[in-house]
Design a protein around this ligand. Structure first.
Ligand code: SF4
Ligand code: SF4
Length: 60
């Protein structure tokens, strides 16, 4: 199974990715970006828009 993972050491919590998610499964808090893998449809929009490549597709 694949999922989108956040590279926590890179992500600066800018929030750009959250706005493009078509199923609204990303949640930004003051300290982290969370992705609900159950809801995510693996569209990659967030991966493509992140300006610093802090998101990646991972196989579990
Ligand atoms: S891959 Fe698509 S559905 Fe999944 S978190 Fe990113 S934008 Fe949302
Ligand atoms: S766009 Fe990239 S740096 Fe910004 S919150 Fe999303 S993953 Fe983090």
């Amino acid at each position: 199974m694949s999922l989108v993972a956040v590279k926590r050491d890179l992500c600066d919590l800018c929030g750009t990715c959250v706005g493009v998610c078509p199923v609204d499964c990303m949640e930004l808090t003051e300290t982290e970006l969370r992705i609900d893998a159950e809801t995510c449809i693996l569209c990659r929009f967030c991966i493509d828009i992140c300006p610093i490549e802090a998101l990646e597709m991972k196989d579990e």
